[in-house]
Write a protein that binds this ligand. Sequence first.
Ligand code: PEP
Ligand code: MN
Length: 620
Amino acid sequence: MIIVLRQDASPREIADLESWLHDHGTVTTVIRGEERSVIAVIGAIHFSGKELESHSVVLEVLRISQPYKIASRESGFAPQVKIGNVLVGGPKFLVMAGPCAVESREILLETARRLSEMGVTVLRGGAFKPRTSPYSFQGLGEEGLKLLAEAREETGMLVVTEVMTADKVDLVARYADILQVGARNMQNFDLLKAVAEVDRPVILKRGLAATIDEWLMGAEYILGRNQKVILCERGIRTFETKTRNTLDLNAVPVLKELTHLPVIVDPSHGTGVRRYVLPMSLASMGAGADGLLIEVHPDPDHALSDGAQSLTFAELQRLLKALQSMAPVVGRELELSWRHPEIATSSASPKTQVVYQGEPGAFSETAALAFFGDVKPVGVPAFPNVFEKVASGESAYGVVPIENSLAGSINQNYDLLLEFDLSIVGEVKLRVSHNLLANRGVREKDIKKLYGHPQALAQCDRFLRLHPDWTVYQTYDTAGSVKMIKEQEASDAAAIASLQAAKIYDVDVLAEAIEDNPQNYTRFVVIAKEPRVHDRCDKTSVVFTTPNKPGALFAVLQLIANHEVNLVKLESRPIPGRPWEYMFYMDWEGNIESPNVSAVLGVLPECTETLKVLGCYPSA
Ligand code: PEP
Ligand code: MN
């Protein structure tokens, strides 16, 4: 039973209620939270709810049928654990990564720096290692903890590390931001009681042969005193031998039903095989996990522990990109702190950092957040406004869509790139999923009008053809369409937008994922006033016109081919005021300062009339 207390209950009143409960033969734990205080009552209940409610401090009595009380979803605790600035269990999907073990200062710091550059905010690394063989590397102990603290100091990352015994809890808590209780210790009850006593979030890994109920009972040991518990599925022992463990992703939705505790997945130990980590990470996100714990090593083949399941940096980067594409589809946002270097170092202070076209909840806003991380993008009504704000210096960056994998280019933005003297400094690819949204209570059969951005309408063409009776209105923005039907309290209208917009404007989702093809991606470019070329830039965009004579474009293409520059996109647009003449937009692989690309740019003026470099930036 959970007794929810009035938030203004005095310690005296609570103590009185507790002693009344003790007199009735129960055991109690008081949990005072910022938003909610409760008494968890364990034992046979020989009194009525009425008797209890007569105590003035009692707000509500919750009878919990599960053997675990505080871990139970019915207990009503907030489904989130705060780690640093991140709420795990909310819309953010948290990736924690690092080596299995802290091996040396060089390896740990190199890993921390590389991960931090990729935007990873939590560094893992075992200082005390539970190894199956006593002859294997056992970890550096306190020396390892000191190195983790040094890595945190240098990069600002949070640090998670395993504590194996109750007597080391205080020591580990002195250095770590998050404590990990390993699979082999899930039922080490003394350890569980000890981590309950420190003010640190605890990642409780699932035991190698533990049922979900046993796992939750393990969590219950901690929760009486420390409510910051995160469950980590890391694979269980089955008869299967092709993988190190069997990653039980069933556990994720099951836990989501049973408990409010955040659930993360460790696909490294779950599979034991490096090449299975990416697919199982995506599967974890799809299953509803709140984050991942991943092993990474600069040189996995020579790692002192778990090299076979550790990713290289390049593999982690690939994984982060894949997760970033998938996150919006499942209504999540990847928690990455990576920012454009200029944002971190900018001494100028433009009024806003990032502008996009649309309302909060628009895909462009999601793209801006995906690229910049921790900023507050500002919406403006139309695409030219984005360019104007950046050109005038009012905003440091703008984010605009440039092409969609189903509906093609966003021509207006190509034209604006030519019109304004700005530079592309980055790009983001976002998987876009559209949904049919309407005010609460409105059903599909009530709909007569549909509002949507022309691009969104084009991407949902097949779905719309099923509803020829709807009048379709084009709007300036996906999220803006939702805002409009909401403000009008329309009972006969629907809008096409993201699940994020549905959440922001608190409307119903009548149909999910109505785009013609799930392979629906939009590429956005990030624009700034000045070019910014650095060594991570591996893509160059140009626009040019050719003389109006036979073979003109062919000459350009031949030049590019001769210099072995890979052409990744070619787009032609009419030249304003010159009917039937065209300019060409090209994207090339390669840094503008690389020998091949700079050679092409050196000779290209010989066969073009005009040539403008739009930018050189890291490809998404
Ligand atoms: C680890 O995370 O390095 C570890 C030892 O995990 P587990 O307890 O899941 O085996
Ligand atoms: Mn390991």
